[in-house]
Design a protein around this ligand. Structure first.
Ligand SMILES: [Zn+2]
Length: 441
């Protein structure tokens, strides 16, 4: 067995305890073999004893499951800071869509590489991505060493029937072609952009084919009242009821946002087992509203966290998302005890892995070896009364020392090993600058 030992740190265990433990990883299988205990007689600790082929020094750090960014558009890093301070609809129509119309596959790969670099640096090991030229995004994921669930974002509004049908077909073909890529680290989903930007007949056709192929569905749902009201006006039913009518509400499906949900919709999500990806920073920045996170969790809905694209965040740091989710969740519930620290940590780890149907999210024997080591010795993390509190409220992505995915060390001592960070940043900055020049022409 080719082994990696993460040694000398404290470990956030899957039952919520924090223990001083070593974590032994089988690099070939990409799994955690053992997490030793304070009790040296423990059977698990025996297998951790002895030498490993490689060690990672976690002294003074906290070993956590790799974070999961369950909704983003990773290549939008090229549009970071390009257009801010506008409501969703004019922001999309006046700024984002015209810029996206100029994007080439090379641009998308450059933006995706920048995004995966940023995610490795901030301890994220898995993400879901809805965008275009997904084969190029997959190439970036493969090189970087992360896990992802990828899909082509299907939009049919403003298209004739032929173009609309071709976009649905592309969504299905991309999902079939990329599933299992990167040694199985890449999985896919059918990703209609939303229930208002894809026509009903195309939704029905695409989802029926996705079901047949066993591919989950991911879409934006109930993000703003502009996404809810037209459906209620036209159909006389709420969007989640509509989603159920068109068979888009399955146990493997996951919807982004879920801001404007009523009680009946929360019940439907809970009954169907469909997950919600909460994107608090994007919801605040676009003034979309406050998702009922506490109510969703109390109803038994799986809630994950997502950054959304870097143009509406403006970073891909899931630590920020944990803090924002806790803060906004309290405000939304008008209750300071709502959405506590442990809840947002769970949403960013096990909840994210469950929503995406990907391995990871837990540190325990048999789980995928997807983890990060967070330094706890910085001034803003001193003293350490409660490491879980620090993860939710005080730590930042830049506190991550090491990142491991599928048993491979992607970042050691803040140096990313799988990508040339300087070259990635230069390439992305040049692509973004050329892109803006083309848009302005
Ligand atoms: Zn989005």
């Amino acid at each position: 067995m080719n082994t990696l030992r993460v040694t000398g740190g404290r470990v956030l265990r899957s039952d919520g305890r924090v223990t001083e433990s070593d974590v032994l990883v089988d690099r070939d299988a990409g799994t955690i073999v053992a997490v030793d205990d304070e009790t040296p007689e423990d059977a698990a600790s025996e297998s951790v004893d002895g030498t490993a082929d490689e060690t990672l020094d976690a002294d003074g750090g906290l070993v956590i499951p790799g974070l999961v960014n369950a909704h983003t558009h990773v290549a939008m890093t090229l549009l970071r800071g390009y257009a801010d301070d506008k409501p969703l609809d004019p922001w999309l129509r006046e700024d984002i869509w015209p810029a996206e119309a100029e994007l080439t596959p090379d641009d998308i790969e450059a933006g995706a590489e920048l995004g995966v670099l940023e995610m490795i640096r901030s301890g994220t090991t898995a993400f879901a991505d809805m965008y275009f030229a997904m084969d190029r995004v997959a190439d970036a994921v493969d090189r970087a060493g992360l896990r992802a669930r990828l899909g082509h974002g299907v939009v049919t509004v403003g298209k004739d029937a032929e173009d609309a049908r071709a976009d649905v077909e592309e969504g299905l073909e991309v999902a079939a072609a990329l599933d299992g890529a990167a040694d199985g680290r890449i999985r896919t989903a059918f990703m209609p952009h939303s229930l208002t930007t894809v026509g009903e007949e195309y939704l029905r056709e695409g989802i029926a084919e996705a079901r047949e192929a066993g591919i989950p569905v991911h879409l934006h749902a109930n993000e703003t009242t502009d996404e809810v009201d037209p459906i209620v006006d036209e159909r006389g039913e709420r969007p989640i009821a509509y989603a159920q009518d068109i068979d888009a509400l399955g146990p493997d499906d996951f919807f982004a946002h879920g801001v404007h949900l009523d009680g009946s919709e929360i019940d439907r999500l809970a009954d169907a087992g469909t997950a919600i990806v909460h994107c608090p920073a994007s919801n605040m920045k676009l003034a979309s509203g406050m998702a009922p996170v506490q109510r969703l969790r109390e109803a038994g809905v799986t809630v994950a966290l997502g950054t959304d694209g870097a143009a509406s965040n403006n970073d891909l740091d899931v630590f920020d998302e944990m803090r924002d989710a806790a803060m906004l969740g309290k405000l939304a519930a008008d209750d300071a005890s709502a959405v506590p620290a442990a809840a947002v940590v769970e949403m960013a780890t096990a909840g994210g892995a469950e929503a995406l149907g990907l391995p990871g999210g837990r540190i325990e024997p048999g789980a995928a070896a997807d983890l990060a080591v967070v330094d706890l010795d910085a001034p803003h993390l001193t003293p350490v009364h409660d490491p879980v509190s620090h993860l939710a409220y005080a730590a930042r992505g830049s506190d991550v020392r090491h990142t491991v995915c599928d048993g491979e060390v992607l970042m050691r001592d803040r140096e990313v090993l799988t990508l040339d960070a300087e070259a990635v940043q230069e390439r992305a900055a040049a692509a973004a600058s050329d892109l803006v020049d083309r848009v302005d022409e």
